[in-house]
Design a protein. Sequence first.
Lengths: 229, 247
Amino acid sequence: MAAEQTSTLTAFYATLKRDLLIAFKRKNDVVNPFMFFVIVVSLFPIGISPESDRLSEIAAGVIWISVLLASMLSMDNLYRADYEDGSLEQLLLSPHPLFFMVLAKNLSHWLVSGLPVVLVSPLLAYMLNLPEEAYTTLFCSLLIGTPIMSLVGSIAVALTVGLGSRGLILAVITLPMSVPVLIFGTLSVQATLNAASPIGLLAIMLAMLAVAVSLAPLASAAALRISVN
Amino acid sequence: MWLWFSKLGSPKWFYDLSGKWLPWLIGAMVIFLTVGIVWALLFLPPDYQQGHTSRILIIHVAVAGTSLVFFPLMAVAGVITMVWRMKLADMVAKNAAPIGAWFSFLTLATGSIWGSVSWGTWWEWTDARLVTMLFQFFLLLGVISLRSALEDPDKAAKACALLSIVGLINVIAIKYSVEFWNTLHQVSSSVSFSSDSPNGPEFLIAIIIMLIAVYLFLSVCLIMATRNEILQRERRSQWVQNLVRLS
C-alpha cells in the first residue's frame, strides 16, 4: 500500500492542503463567520452607548466575546462535511496517528476562520475607541487565544459530529470551557491600559496554548473514534 | 483484588449489595440530617455579627463542599468506562450529573440568600467561589444535554465519559484563572470568611455534622438512582424479571 510509505509529515501537509483547498472553494464558510464577527461588534455601540468613553472601557471585552462566538459558529463545519461524505472514516482508517490529522484540520480551520478575525481586530478596536497603546496586546492575545479556542472547541465538535440536530448543544458545551482564555485575554489588555506589562499574562496564554496543542487533539481524536464507528 | 473489582462491575451484584446497605444508609442519613438541621436552625447560638443568618451558612457550606465531588467522581467513572468498559460506572456517572447540577444550583441559591443579608447583594462577581460554581453548574448542564442528545446509550456513555474528563481539567483551569482574575480586581473586605472565626467550636461541629448528613443524602440519592438505572437497563435479563415477578 502506498499510504504506508508516506511519512506522517506528508500526511499532515496533505490533510492541511486539502482542507484549505475545500475552504477556499466554499467561500461562504469562510466569509460568514468573519461577517458575523464584524456585525456583532458593530451592534454593541448601538446597544450600549455611542459615547466614546464608555466604548473604550468595554472594547476589549466586546471584541474578545465576539471572537469567541464567531469561532464557535465556524466550528460547526470542522468535521461535519467530512463526516457526511465519509472522508472522516477514511481519516480514522489511515495508518497515521489521528493526533496529527486532527491537528492539521484544526490548524487549517484556524487559518481560515481564526486568523482573518485576528487580522481585522485592530480596525474594530479603533472603531470601538480602544486606546492606541493596547492594540498590540489585543492583537497578540487574540493571536494566541484563537488557536486555543479552536483546539478546545474541536473536542466538543468531535463529540457531537454524529448528531442530526445539535442546535445549541455545541455552545452549551464549548462556551463555559473558554472562560480561562477569555479571562487572560481581556486581563492582558487591561494590564496594558493600566500601564503594566502584559508579558506575564501573554506568557500564561502561551503556556495554555502549549497544553492545548499537546492534549486537545488527543481528546478530539478519542471523541472522533467514539462518534464514528 | 481484581476479582472484587470485576464483581463490582456486575450490576446484579451491586444491586444485591446496595439493597443490603440502603436501609442503614437511610437510617444514618435521617439521624444526621435531623440532628444537623435541628441544631443548626434552633439551638446554635446566633453569630455575634451576622445574627441568625449564619444558620444558612451551615447548610450552604455542607452543600457546597459536597458539590465539589461531582466532577472528580464523574471523571473517575469516565476513566473506568473508557478503560474497562464497565457499565456500572456509566450508570453512576449518568445519575451523578443531574444530582451534581442540582447541588451546584442549591449552593448558588443558598449562597445568594445568605449573601443578600450579609454582603448586601445577591450576586457578587468579585467572589471567585461564586463564579467558579456558576461555571461548574454550566459545565454539568453541558454533560447532561450531551447525554440526552446522543441516542445510542453506548456512544453516549463514552462521549460523556470523555467530556467529564475534559470537564474536570477545565473546572480546575477555571478555578485558578477566576481566582487570578479576582486578585487583580480588588476583593471587597466583606467577602471573606474571617468573620466566622471567632464563633468557637459549635459552629465547626455543626458544619461537620451537616457535611456528613449531606454526603449521606448524596450517596442515598445516587445509589437509589443507580438501582433504578440497573433495573431499566437490565430489564431483559432473567434476574430482573424474577425480581419483578416476586414483588
